[in-house]
Design a protein around this ligand. Structure first.
Ligand code: OGA
Ligand code: MN
Length: 292
């Protein structure tokens, strides 16, 4: 069966069949996947039960695989997966059991429940995030994706004008502060705040995107309260139902998302259920406007 893309909506999310990601990706398929990512932002590949090696190889065919975050996390946790190219997105402890509610692994993934683009707080952020489900939970646990291009297009003209030249300040610990996670000063300073335009253009599609997520800590030129209120308003706009795709996981699902065009968040689930995913990410090649 040839590679086939079945859109969920015209320009957002497609299901991809006719490819076995256990095998190296052919050059022509790679090009088609990149084009589809440019158009849809999110690609869902069902029935891909991949080894860690196959998952990394798939990611590496789209760019340099990021290891920096995982290296940082490894200072804290078990290296359960034994590699820094694959991040352990799970509620599982080093012994392979479902972790306690107050376990570091459990707590740290709670940050994923807020709308974000992976690595938006870094000078060199993430282009593609690839999640592969090993197990799936019964209740909740969906990953939701929201379309930042449609979010920009649907802003009213006054708001488009207001944010046209605004620069956001993004910080890795913004959400961890909301969550009252008591990190050390060294941890809080590990990723210095970076500056990004709130409106960016996606290089693959030429479409404008509303570049705002829960890591946005402030906006230059606005008072802190006005900035924070506007950030909340923009995130609320981004998360409107008509621009959101909710992915209910089945084991073996693989979802590839273009962080330059979409944000995502994980939904609440029951801690006692085992939720186990593996993630590979590739680095983008567009830098921020610099450190704040
Ligand atoms: C991530 C993430 C959400 C989820 O892995 O980057 O945000 O549903 N995950 O686990
Ligand atoms: Mn994420």
């Amino acid at each position: 069966m040839p590679l086939q893309f079945t859109p969920v909506t015209e320009n957002f999310v497609a299901h991809v069949t006719g490819i076995d990601l256990d095998d190296p990706v052919r050059a022509s398929d790679r090009e088609a996947i990149v084009e589809a990512c440019d158009r849809y932002g999110v690609l869902v590949f069902p029935h891909q039960h991949l080894s860690k090696e196959a998952l990394v190889r798939f990611g590496a065919s789209f760019g340099e695989v990021d290891t920096t975050l995982q290296k940082k996390l490894l200072n804290h946790i078990q290296n359960r997966l034994g590699t820094d190219e694959v991040t352990d997105i799970s509620n599982v402890d080093a012994q392979g059991n479902v972790a306690a509610a107050d376990h570091w692994q459990t707590i740290t993934t709670i940050g994923n429940r807020f709308w974000h683009s992976d690595g938006s707080y870094k000078d060199l952020p993430i282009r593609y995030s690839i999640l592969n489900a090993v197990t799936a939970v019964g209740y909740g646990g969906e990953t939701q994706y929201a379309d930042l291009r449609a979010a920009y297009d649907s802003l009213d003209a006054v708001t488009q004008e207001l944010i046209a030249d605004k620069i956001g300040i993004f910080w890795s610990h913004n959400t961890r502060d909301w969550l009252h996670i008591p990190d050390s000063e060294a941890e809080r300073g590990a990723f210095p705040k970076v500056r990004w335009p709130l409106v960016r253009t996606h290089p693959g599609s030429g479409r404008k995107v509303l570049w705002c997520d829960s890591k946005c800590w402030g906006i230059e030129g606005l008072s802190p309260p006005e900035a924070r209120a506007l950030v909340h308003e923009l995130i609320e706009h981004i998360g409107q139902r008509e621009r959101v795709y909710s992915h209910k996981w089945r084991p073996g699902d693989l979802v590839m998302a273009d962080n330059r065009a979409v944000v995502h968040r994980g939904r609440r689930f029951i801690h006692a259920e085992r939720r186990e995913m593996r993630r590979v990410e590739t680095n983008d090649d567009v830098h921020s406007l610099g450190y704040a």
